[in-house]
Design a protein around this ligand. Sequence first.
Ligand code: EZ4
Ligand code: CO
Length: 401
Amino acid sequence: MKITDIKIIVTAPGRNFVTVKIITDEGLYGVGDATLNGRELAVAAYLTEHVVPCLIGHDPARIEDIWQYLYKGAYWRRGPVTMCAIAGIDMALWDIKAKAANMPLYQLLGGASRERVLCYTHASGADIAETVEAVGRRQEEGYLAIRAQTGIPGLPPIYGTDKSNTNSAAADALPREEVWSTAKYMNYVPALFEELRKAYGTELHLLHDTHHRLTPIEAARLGKDLEPYRLFWLEDTVAAEHQEGFRLVRQHTTTPLAVGEVFNSIWDCRLLIEEQLIDYIRTTAVHAGGVTALRRIMDFASVYNVRTACHGAMDMSPICLGANLHLDLWAPNFGIQEYSGYTEPMHEVFPHAWRFADGHLHPGDTPGHGVDIDETLAAKYPYERAYLPVARLEDGTLWHW
Ligand code: EZ4
Ligand code: CO
């Protein structure tokens, strides 16, 4: 089999997605997600200009060799643009290999280790009362694990609570600016979890994301303050590149810790996993370099009893979620899968075999990873420049968003 063509498809059915479609001389094709939220066209150009010409005529079965070729062969290693580009190619190659084997991808990885995959979704509100209600609505939809984010009275909407959902979409829009106060946040947020436990009891899994905004000592204190409410995890406490910072947090709290959604290689996770400073590693198929790379991270984590928790917000396309779900179904050290859901146009542009029921996901049994792209429909949703917001402290200092 030979690769005859590779298409890079950019579509915005509600938000921008970059998709790789690899076509072979035997009529089989595979698709992969290469979306990097807010910097989409950089990855598309990287692929079109620098990657696609190298792969035409290659054997698509040689997935590991192509991964190493794109990684080592670029000389410039890692970085989100490079790793998302490699991921798009890698997911599409695994899709082709599994289709050729006439098996769902999870069978090639070693088969299912469980019947279905526990997922968590998001709930938020402008204040504690609204957030408690929002969690209740999600529970009624069947979710067994819910990430709760509350706004802080007196501050404009913060991460996870803005209904405009993170992106500035107007054609001329620049990054939206939010205001952040760690002190106000830390005074307010523990009461949210007290109220949630009062309202819904101890069985519901509750998660919380601090989006990299705390210093290690602040994170340690928040972790301690939240201990009575038995969180499933506290996510992204400290800026993720400050791996050593987690040593201090870890020494002070028994609240489980999760991090890694912005990591793009196994080397970014190494110290955290080796020293068991975290309980869940959040790397996902697209940002971490594809199925090949994520499988390696998952296996590495399993050696240290760190569990998996793939990032799965809406800015990873349904293709990435599909790839994650095959790994989730297989991984012996699976923890949980994030699932924030998609809008109707997104479901239509990316027809998929994966399905949600009773708080769980399943990748389906279609050969390949089971997600496709409807190119005719995709063409009806042209790219629109969009950015993630930025955050500033009340005095104007630029902060972690
Ligand atoms: O802000 O995916 O856990 N989920 C998150 C996400 C991230 C977005 C960034 O593009 O933190 O909502
Ligand atoms: Co997060």
